[in-house]
Design a protein. Structure first.
Length: 437
């Protein structure tokens, strides 16, 4: 059956959406209460991703709509204890679970005080996540990372630290709604670069008000001076309910021009483009563990308020919000729960949604599309079912590299069109009708 009949792709707006997961959380809804034991019954538990969400930050940046709250006055310790209860629930239900990749995200995990941070790492270890053996990453920000926390990360054996810089120019971070001390950022990035942590990445944003080619070039060159393993270049999205969104400020659209400039500098500086946003230093060893998690086929257990979990047929999480009061409520409910055995919010993935997810994840965000793996998993031909793939090949946005198809350098420019063009009609409609709060 040929379901997708897209013949042309609209390129008038290059920034239609960042597809870092599919379906997007705005497609989740209340669902019938179901036990974790039922949800996970058909899954293999030997190669899972472990994710834990810390929904706290030192400030709410003007561009950010993640599930997080700035400077909670109380309740952080209760939240961490609730994480432990949720982890214990999974451990009790699935003692055979093995995690072969992990992320500690947020928010900003290093917002935690040193003793809370240490406790969190202990709880993750007690869950059976072998942070020193398997590839994993932790998010941080310049203001919340300290020498002591770097030492804890080193001792835990975590492979990668991911830090948002956004810009090395104070007026730009201010205009992004993220005032940041440049000298504090310089000190902590130097400490990170000279630490024993094998990999770190720095994020930059392009499209800030008053940012121009010269100032973006300055931020990139300064970033390169620290030789990060990866540099992420994010186009600015002004989203609903965020500080910038409330001001109703449109981005001046010179993003594509800045993107091309940034991309070319990074390519010349010895970085390889992995996706529209990610540039990785050439010859940086990539983890070669053979039993590594594969995001196309394996599940993810997400712990914490706002964390997502994925099985083949169901994606779920707690309720989601952007508004501070609603987030506070969700976190408080989470922190006072004793029963983590059931879930009641998420989205079921029918056969078509599973295929769509496979294709989106294979084509965007640094993925590789395997014709053969699709055939093996679904018993059908991916090029027959997703006509759009032929359009991408004809445009030379997709290219064949041995047995797999990947986005070409040209195609990566259009990643934020390609992802949304692949969303199913059902998911598009759910996302459109989502009431943001
Ligand atoms: C999880 S966040 C950052 C981690 C950490 N909390 C920090 O702020 O340093 C990941 C990155 O996504 C990017 N980002 C988030 N929202 C964005 C938006 N609306 N537009 C562009 N980039 C965005 C930022 O570069 C940010 O550093
Ligand atoms: S960008 Fe980072 S520090 Fe800022 S609000 Fe979002 S998660 Fe928190």
């Amino acid at each position: 059956m040929i379901i997708d009949s897209i013949k042309e792709i609209d390129t008038t707006n290059l920034y239609q959406g960042y597809t870092y997961s599919y379906p997007h959380k705005s497609a989740y809804r209340a669902i019938e209460k179901t036990s974790l034991a039922t949800i996970w019954a058909k899954e293999q538990m030997k190669r899972l991703f472990f994710y834990v969400h810390i929904p706290f930050c030192e400030m709410r940046c003007g561009f950010c709509n993640l599930f997080t709250m700035a400077n909670p006055k109380e309740g952080v310790r209760h939240y961490i204890e609730a994480l432990k209860r949720e982890m214990d629930t999974y451990k009790g239900l699935f003692p055979e679970a093995r995690f072969t990749n992990f992320a500690i995200g947020g928010g900003t995990p290093t917002f935690l005080e040193i003793d809370e941070f240490q406790l969190l790492l202990e709880y993750i270890s007690a869950m059976g996540v072998d942070m020193a053996t398997y590839y994993g990453s932790i998010e941080t920000s310049p203001k919340t990372l300290t020498k002591e926390k770097i030492v804890l990360i080193e001792n835990a054996g975590i492979t990668r630290v991911s830090m948002g810089i956004q810009s090395w120019i104070e007026t730009e971070t201010k205009s992004l709604g993220r005032p940041q001390s440049i000298s504090k950022a310089e000190t902590i990035v130097s400490q990170l670069a000279s630490s024993a942590i094998p990999e770190f990445n720095l994020d930059l944003i392009y499209g800030a008000k008053d940012q121009d080619k010269k100032s973006f070039l300055y931020s990139i060159e300064k970033t390169l001076a620290y030789q990060p393993t990866e540099v992420f270049l994010y186009p600015l999205y002004v989203r609903q309910l965020t500080g910038l969104g409330k001001k109703n400020r449109d981005t001046e659209d010179h993003r594509h021009e800045l993107y091309l400039l940034g991309r070319d500098i990074l390519l010349t500086a010895g970085y390889e483009q992995m996706s529209m946003r990610c540039f990785r230093k050439k010859n940086s060893p990539i983890s070669t563990i053979t039993d590594a998690y594969n995001s196309l086929t394996d599940g993810m257990i997400g712990i914490g308020a706002g964390a997502r979990s994925y099985t083949k047929e169901l994606h779920y999480s707690t309720d989601y919000a952007v508004d501070r009061k609603v987030i506070k409520n969700i976190i408080s409910n989470y922190s006072h729960t004793d029963d983590f055995n059931t879930i009641s919010y998420g989205i079921a993935l029918n056969d078509w949604e599973q295929k769509t997810r496979f294709v989106i994840k294979s084509v965007t965000d640094g993925g590789k599309l395997s014709h053969q793996l699709y055939q093996t998993l679904f018993g059908t031909d991916v090029f027959q079912e997703f006509e759009i793939l032929q359009v991408l090949l004809d445009k030379e946005w997709l290219e064949k590299e041995q047995e797999n198809y990947t986005l070409s350098l040209k195609g990566m420019c259009y990643e934020d069109i390609i992802g949304p063009a692949l969303y199913s009609d059902d998911v598009k409609s759910l996302m459109k009708n989502y009431i943001w709060r």
